[in-house]
Design a binder for this molecule. Structure first.
Ligand code: FE
Length: 357
């Protein structure tokens, strides 16, 4: 751990050192941008913002460059695993250089919230552009891209009219045909937490009993391997995020053999989760950080942010990738994603007791 921290520190100092050089060069641009800025949150602190992120997609560089071009504010980036970044921010305390934490899954944002590292942001741009169910009710974090967790099926084995809901996966007709990843994964924990919000703990326990009874094998692998194994006929149906399937666009051995069902289109809608970000309590560059959070909700940034991982943008009118578009339109469950954090402990307990290991 200490090795890792010192590596992170080194990277930060290198970043900040570089930033100091660039600040002078950017100063003229900053002044110009400030006068052009439409928002009230003009950058005032040293022309930089420090971001801790557990995302690492190629387009993220373009995303950050776009912000610097628009505002003159240099972006210093530290990448790491979400839980390690949260720990690091906690241990840095009041001296933390971090302004913003970016991570995936509302369950993890909730963990960060429980660690008391976020500060609320009151911003009309954010509350107007981001749908209410995709951000924290107290404005501690905001969802910037949407991921749908759907049913993927083998086209040779399954008549898609036979299954339309998450509840259907527990039907005995899928006995020995369902494959899933383990309950240790936050995506499934959040799916079950969403089910608790809908059906309560008792109803969710019943559902999971049916799910476990249908397993073709003990839970294993990640979303990608579920999709590959469905294509290979190891099971007939699975649960996975759509962006993993999009990655197989050029691989007909997988892509053409499986189909997508957006569950629960006749009732509450499909389970969605987010990639999100929040302002940190001890942020040294608070105004710049808020400007960055608002930038992420702009159409230009939305394209980079969502398309970098074939996710869905949250701001209406943002184009989606053609392969994502080919999956079709769907309605999402508008339960606030913060419930995934609130119900996480109960979800983990129910999965464990019911044999979804
Ligand atoms: Fe993922």
């Amino acid at each position: 751990m200490s090795n890792r921290i010192s590596k992170f520190s080194r990277r930060l100092f290198i970043s900040i050192g570089t930033a100091a050089l660039i600040v002078a060069c950017n100063q003229a641009q900053v002044n110009q941008s400030q006068s052009e800025q439409q928002t009230e949150t003009a950058p005032t602190q040293n022309g930089q913002v420090n971001i801790y992120s557990s995302r690492h997609y190629n387009t993220d560089d373009e995303l950050y460059d776009g912000f610097t071009e628009q505002t003159g504010i240099k972006v210093n980036l530290i990448e790491g695993k979400a839980d390690e970044l949260i720990e690091r921010i906690k241990s840095e305390g009041a001296n933390s250089p971090a302004d913003i934490l970016i991570t995936v899954d509302a369950g993890r944002l909730w963990r960060a919230q429980q660690a008391d590292i976020f500060a609320p942001v009151e911003s009309e741009v954010l509350t107007q552009n981001i749908p209410a169910h995709l951000r924290d009710p107290n404005n501690l974090w905001f969802g910037y891209s949407k991921r749908a967790r759907v049913i993927i099926y083998n086209k040779d084995q399954v008549d898609p009219t036979q299954i339309s809901t998450y509840e259907d996966l527990a039907d005995p007709k899928w006995k020995g045909k369902l494959i899933v990843r383990s309950s240790g994964n936050i995506y499934n924990q959040s799916l079950v937490a969403g089910m608790i919000e809908e059906k309560g703990e008792q109803g969710t326990a019943e559902w999971i009993k049916g799910i476990v009874a249908n397993f073709a094998r003990p839970p294993q692998g990640n979303d990608t391997s579920q999709i590959e194994d469905i294509a290979a006929g190891v099971g007939d149906v699975t649960i996975a995020n759509t962006y993993y399937l999009a990655r197989y666009e050029d691989n007909p051995e997988v892509f053409d053999k499986v189909g997508i069902i957006f569950p629960n289109q006749e009732d509450r809608g499909s389970h969605v989760n987010i990639s999100g970000a929040g302002l940190l309590k001890n942020a040294p560059n608070k105004d710049n950080a808020i400007a960055f959070l608002e930038y992420l909700a702009s159409p230009k940034a939305q394209e980079f942010f969502a398309l970098g991982n074939n996710e869905y943008p949250v701001v209406e009118g943002t184009p989606v990738d053609p392969v994502v578009d080919s999956f079709g339109e769907f309605t999402d469950d508008t339960t606030n994603v913060s419930s995934y954090g609130k119900n996480n402990a109960a979800a983990v307990k129910i999965m464990d007791l019911s044999g979804w290991k």
